[in-house]
Design a protein around this ligand. Structure first.
Ligand code: FAD
Length: 486
């Protein structure tokens, strides 16, 4: 009987666990999930926690009972190292974990595996910019606890405005190489909406602070789409929203130091600037979970398996190439490790071959380009594909992974909230196909104009609320969960 170990119980790891259990659970195989947090978190709705519209309990649920019901072995622990060839005492591949549950905190254990899925998501690398993050001078909405703190600070700012003090709120990204600009965009407009609802919009200056070269880039190089028979761009569309809501923007920015109430940053033209703030939510850059790897003799082989960013190298073409030589085929299809045929990485944990946005560097050599987003939908789709491939290999139906989920061949839908409320809410709903532009197939715009769309309105808000409930229902493994798409 085989054992599959999944590291991480976020969007991709939990999806992989659910599908593996569906495919293999009743056939005597073992699914083990290792994750340091006892809670599952629907991260997209942390935005609403960050403005006080939802509580932590609305976006989380305890994992242990769900896994117990599913028959998945859950270990509340964090993976620290992998031994893909086994060690001196055992031939079997192993992962070393350190428990985080109160009862076993700090204890270490080795878990043997036949297949391993690394779904450890991002390590929030606040340390890349001195002063960034909740331990420094800015807030974050990356975790539900961060978002709760952001909401508290936002209420303080609103109270100051009510007392007659003008306030500057800066929302965006805290380093030139950040990703997830869509989340910063969402938080900007949710904050704007809350401040308007509080009746103090005239007291607030809101600044969107980003590493994108133009508005609407979102780390995917922007989008072109057809509207009423005309081709328009995400830049035009986004810019009109910023103008309408009176949100100022700073583009091509790399924050290199943050002090109390002050961001020091460089822009793409190489100039240095300072921006004062009363409230700042700046997302951190991401890196991999920094797992180590060792061969059978105990020699460290981390660099053979992981990219310097800490993300796991999979079946992508990592040869450094200039932008005009980037191809859709560079992107991974099966997410299998280049070195070990039973090791996979999905979601944010796999190393992308290059950015999607045009790479840009300042005259001082500072890289100021969004890293490629691996959002919820692609993360779920690749997790399901990997689960299906592994299930087939375990059952002897395939000798190598046969399910493909390249980001250059899949579409994605993203609904970015621009303010919550059944009648007053809005959201920007976007679809793109494919996520990674394919200029060989779509020479003009890199994507299908027919399948790339953008709409702004109240209906998008209803959709975002529906997705919140649907994905939490699905993650709880309630009846019919597998019919809800990733
Ligand atoms: C504020 C915000 C809003 C967002 N909004 C949207 C949205 O509207 N739509 C959308 O599509 N995407 C959105 N995203 C992106 C989306 O959340 C990610 O794409 C998605 O969570 C990636 O899934 P993942 O499984 O790779 O990582 P995660 O969901 O982050 O899961 C990683 C898991 O690994 C665990 N882990 C970490 N280290 C270890 C370790 N050493 N060992 C074992 N486990 C470990 C973590 O505890 C976690 O359980 C948003 C992101 C943010 C931050």
């Amino acid at each position: 009987m085989a054992r599959v170990v999944i590291l991480g119980a976020g969007i991709s790891g939990h999806t992989a666990a659910q599908h593996l259990q569906r495919l293999l659970g009743k056939k005597g195989h073992e699914i083990v999930v290792v994750s340091p947090n006892s809670q599952w978190n629907w991260i997209p709705s942390n935005i609403w926690v960050g403005v006080g519209q939802m509580a932590k309990e609305d976006v989380t649920f305890p994992l242990a009972p769900v896994y117990a019901k599913m028959g998945v072995d859950f270990r509340q622990a964090k993976a620290v190292a992998i031994w893909p060839e086994g060690d001196a005492s055992s031939e079997r591949a192993q992962v070393e974990v350190e428990f985080t549950s109160p009862e076993r905190a700090g204890q270490r254990e080795r878990i043997e595996y036949d297949y391993l899925i690394n779904a450890t998501g991002p390590k929030l690398n606040f340390g890349a910019t001195p002063g960034l993050g909740p331990d420094g001078h800015t807030v974050s909405v990356c975790t539900y606890s961060h978002a709760e703190e952001a909401s508290k600070k936002l209420q303080e700012v609103i109270a100051r405005m009510k007392a007659g003090q003008r306030q500057r709120l800066v929302i965006g990204v805290g380093h030139g190489t950040c990703t997830c600009e869509g989340a910063a965009f969402e938080y900007t407009f949710n904050v704007e909406h809350e401040i308007r609802q509080a009746g103090v919009r005239h007291m607030a200056e809101i600044v969107y602070f980003t590493n994108e070269n133009e508005l609407g880039d979102f780390g995917v190089g922007g989008m072109s789409f057809m509207q009423q028979g005309f081709v328009t761009t995400s830049q035009l569309w986004t810019e009109s929203l910023f103008r309408e809501r009176d949100v100022r923007w700073i583009l091509g920015a790399h924050a290199h130091r943050i002090e109390e109430g002050r961001i020091h940053y460089e822009t793409l033209d190489g100039e240095d600037h300072v921006l004062d703030f009363d409230f700042a939510m700046l997302l951190p850059p991401f890196r991999g979970a920094d797992l180590q790897a060792f061969d059978k003799q105990g020699e460290e082989i981390t660099g053979d398996i992981f990219a310097p960013s800490g993300f796991l190298k999979v079946d992508a073409d990592y040869t450094p190439k200039p932008y005009d030589q980037w191809r859709a085929e560079d992107w991974p299809k099966t997410y299998v490790s280049q070195k070990y045929a039973n090791v996979f990485a999905v979601g944010i944990a796999f190393a992308p071959p290059h950015q999607i946005s045009v790479p840009r560097t300042s005259p001082k050599g500072t890289v100021i380009t969004p890293a490629p987003p691996r959002t919820g939908m692609p993360s779920g789709i690749m997790a399901r594909a990997v689960a299906e491939s592994i299930a087939e290999m375990i059952e002897g139906k395939a000798s190598s992974p046969e399910h493909h989920a390249s980001m250059a061949e899949m579409g994605a839908a993203c609904v970015a909230s621009a303010g919550k409320g059944w009648t007053k809410g809005t959201a920007a709903s976007m679809t793109m196909f494919p996520v990674v532009p394919n200029y060989q197939k779509y020479p003009e715009y890199g994507r299908s104009l027919k399948d790339t769309t953008g709409e702004l309105g109240l209906a998008g808000h209803w959709m975002k609320t529906l997705l919140h409930h649907m994905f939490i229902y699905k993650a709880k493994g309630r009846p019919g969960w597998s019919f809800i798409p990733e």
